[in-house]
Design a protein around this ligand. Structure first.
Ligand SMILES: Nc1nc2c(ncn2[C@@H]2O[C@H](COP(=O)(O)OP(=O)(O)OP(=O)(O)O)[C@@H](O)[C@H]2O)c(=O)[nH]1
Ligand SMILES: [Mg+2]
Length: 253
């Protein structure tokens, strides 16, 4: 079952987790804005040894400000694996809330307070593009179609009622994360977000959505490709089968 709610999200310790792969320019701009938006939070950048030197930029911030932390991983193992490492870090280090966002300004720091404020009423707060007030700026019709498609696909397969199942801009109550067996995760790639939501609901987690305006990245390159998309569709399908059969989910390979 989910935990007792803390009435005031501002009274808990928050870790903002940001996964990066070749985001040197973005992370240099983002870290100060995150700290300005949530001055009481710490920021953990989970970098998969980006060749562009993202980690060094983070180290420079960390030397000047104890709120900035770097989790450097040896190689690129996918966004899901990196996100999981950040969330685990939050749990292991005694934070109350783990707030995850992308580095590319698609998740704007101006929404951080609202996403965390969901903790007053829920165990998972979703920065949502698909509730009233939410929007997406700068996408092609094809990208809209793909996003809506994967959303409906996962809502049906995983019986999710959340409007935005695939966004990564989320705040988690760590006491809810503690109830989830991360080793059973099937997805290590882009289906991770849907699987995470599914697993939170399965342990009784309450979900709240708050509108965000999602803007397509201006700097740097997207890491999504056809291979990642196919992998995500496969992972969600297999997870849906697991749900229907109600069998234990196998450890991801
Ligand atoms: N550590 C780590 N971070 C990653 C990896 N893949 C993507 N990221 C980061 O995860 C965030 C989201 O990746 P994007 O490439 O922007 O993917 P997206 O936002 O789903 O796609 P776009 O809308 O095209 O930008 C960014 O901050 C990336 O730098 C990875 O394998 N390891
Ligand atoms: Mg992006």
């Amino acid at each position: 079952m989910s935990s007792t709610l803390k009435p005031d999200p501002n009274s808990g310790r928050t870790l903002v987790t940001i996964c990066t792969y070749n985001e040197r320019e973005n992370i240099a701009n983002l870290i100060p804005q995150v700290l300005a938006a949530l001055p009481d939070a710490d920021v953990l950048v989970v970098d998969d040894n980006s060749p562009d030197g993202t980690a060094q930029v983070v180290r420079d911030f960390a030397q000047r400000d104890p709120r900035v932390l770097l989790l450097l991983r040896m190689k690129k193992e996918g966004l899901g694996a990196a996100t999981l490492a950040g969330l685990r870090w939050a749990v292991d280090h005694g934070y109350d809330f783990a707030l995850n966002m992308d580095a590319d300004f698609s998740h704007h720091p101006r929404h951080l307070a609202a996403v965390r404020a969901c903790m007053a009423v829920a165990d998972v707060g979703v920065g949502s593009r698909y509730v009233p007030g939410g929007a997406i700026v700068g996408w092609s019709p094809k990208r809209h179609f793909m996003s809506q498609g994967i959303n409906i696909y996962s809502q049906v397969l995983l019986a999710l009622r959340t409007q935005d199942c695939s966004g990564a801009f989320r705040c988690y109550r760590t006491s809810t994360l503690k109830q989830i067996d991360f080793d059973r995760f099937r997805s290590r790639g882009y289906a991770f977000q849907e699987e995470m939501l599914y697993r939170c609901v399965r342990v009784g987690g309450r979900i709240a959505e708050t509108p965000i305006v999602f803007e397509d990245r201006i700097v740097g390159q997207s890491k999504i490709n056809v291979k990642e998309m196919v992998r995500a569709l496969r992972d969600l399908f297999l997870l849906g089968l697991d749900r229907i059969r109600d069998t234990p989910v196998r450890v991801a390979t």
